[in-house]
Ligand binder design. Structure first.
Ligand SMILES: [Zn+2]
Length: 159
């Protein structure tokens, strides 16, 4: 029997070790967390999407009393960016989360549905989206969404 081992390369760093562009993107994600509507979970997520022209679109989680009707911060920001600038590829996304008024120590990671939505954007524009996951103790940097979604299902799977 053959065995396959999948691995993901994650760079672990502090915000200070990132270049100014990405530090700024993390700051915008942290700022966006303040606009979350999260009365049910108390979990405030902020996201900032950097487009190839340098513009940034941010978003936050928007909850609903009918829980599945809400939407994660990642998709709020991504769809906002895609709707406003449909011709421009996202280059990077930064994600930060706070609970009880404090940012999480460990990096927050996107849920499976958001990874799938981000993958669609990566495939649509044929351009990797760098992922910056903020934690107050450390930041994870991942080179592309595909690295977060091994054995992914994409448009090529539909053949
Ligand atoms: Zn999500």
């Amino acid at each position: 029997m053959e065995e396959k081992i999948l691995s993901t390369r994650i760079q672990v760093c502090t915000p200070e070790e990132l270049d100014a562009r990405y530090r700024n993107l993390l700051d915008q994600a942290k700022e966006a967390a303040a606009s979350a509507y999260a009365p049910y979970s108390g979990f405030h997520v902020g996201t900032a999407v950097l487009l190839e022209n340098g513009e940034v679109f941010s978003g936050s989680n928007q909850e609903n009393s009918a829980y599945p009707s809400g939407l994660c911060a990642e998709r709020v920001a991504l769809f906002f960016a895609n709707a406003q600038r449909p011709q421009l590829a996202p280059e990077a996304i930064a994600i930060a989360a706070s609970a009880q008024g404090r940012f999480l120590e460990n990096p927050i990671t996107p849920c499976g549905a958001c990874r799938q939505a981000l993958l669609e954007s990566e495939m649509r524009f044929r351009k990797n989206i760098k992922v910056l996951l903020y934690g107050s103790d450390r930041v994870y940097v991942i080179e592309c969404i595909k690295d977060l979604l091994p054995l992914c299902f994409g448009k090529d799977s539909l053949v």
